[in-house]
Design a protein around this ligand. Structure first.
Ligand SMILES: [Zn+2]
Length: 182
């Protein structure tokens, strides 16, 4: 059976047995997660995130890149267009993991520099090879971004692909005291 047929069969089963109707666009947990595209680290499975619980941005490494920041800004506009807001009372979680494929890109400094929007000399500061250090770097990058609402509780986690265990590396703390974009 080809992949598309398999997936459509699984969707049929979802529609019949598990589809929760009436979900809202704004996540019930008021949570945004930035995680990696790695097929082993889907938050729905490893953290039990249910449909409608959280908005999840996935990219290579689960990194806080300029593009990820832009997406967060867009998501806030989307929420505001619906009459709500995003910031105070919300969690913003950076989720990295062990054995991340981004560590295989050491021979691609130009690619990585473009990805992070930095000069190649600054790549060492992005801690590509150490998920614990990288999650700390990325929480700091979120806190340094003036584009984001201040009220978020920002935290950093690392998932171990060998044990299935997720560790809180950076405890939740306020992105900034103020809750409006400065
Ligand atoms: Zn990864």
């Amino acid at each position: 059976m080809d992949t598309i047929t398999t997936l459509i069969e699984r969707n049929d089963d979802f529609v019949e047995n598990r589809f929760p109707s009436g979900l809202k666009l704004v996540p019930t947990l008021k949570t945004l997660i930035i995680g990696c595209v790695d097929p082993r680290v889907d938050a729905a499975h490893i953290l039990g995130v249910q449909l409608g619980d959280a908005a999840i941005i996935r990219n290579v490494g689960g990194r806080v890149t300029p593009a990820a920041i832009e997406e967060l800004v867009m998501l806030r506009k989307v929420t505001q267009a619906g009459g709500g807001d995003m910031g105070a009372g919300w969690d913003l979680i950076v989720l990295h993991h062990t054995q991340c494929g981004i560590t295989r890109l050491g021979a691609e400094p130009a690619l990585l520099a473009t990805y992070f929007g930095v000069d190649q000399q600054e790549l060492a500061g992005k801690a590509i090879n150490d998920p614990h250090e990288a999650v700390t770097v990325d929480v700091a990058a979120l806190k340094a971004s003036s584009s984001l609402a201040g009220g978020f509780l920002v935290s950093g986690m690392v998932y171990d692909v060998e044990t299935g265990r997720t560790e809180v590396v950076v405890a939740p703390s306020l992105l900034r005291e103020e809750t409006t974009v400065g």
